[in-house]
Design a protein around this ligand. Sequence first.
Ligand code: NI
Length: 162
Amino acid sequence: MTLSTQAGRPVPYSDLGDPLNPARSKLESMERPISLAGACAALTEFWSPRVLARVNDQYVKVARVQGEFPWHTHDAEDELFLVLRGALTIGRAAVDGGPVTLYPGEVFVVPKGLRHNTSAVEETWIALVETVTTLHSGSERTGLTRSLDEQLRSLEMPGPVK
Ligand code: NI
């Protein structure tokens, strides 16, 4: 089975590297627990998600956000947001229920086909669960858009405290 990246290049499952350990061939073969907050702390830029794990055809990602991410739609994939720290507002059209704000420990799923944006007044740490084919900003291409390859880059995390 193969996937298509943002560039349309097919990628065999076995070629998807583990961003925390490039020696491993698959994200789902984890050797140790990963701290979501620890991974957020290791991020150096806003709105640039990184893949931490894979479960079936979903990626678990983390991101640090502040300010606003542009409106977009994912035609074929639902998108789950979990707030770890701060507050994330998910914008929806009034006809779709209007904006919702998530606080630490809260999750919200944006269904496929629903136009949305995200914003945070203060620095906010989030986790996301997204189908592996999900594009960062859906069909839109923005200055903040990160490719899947960028999201799969390794993340330098401090080792376990001895
Ligand atoms: Ni989205």
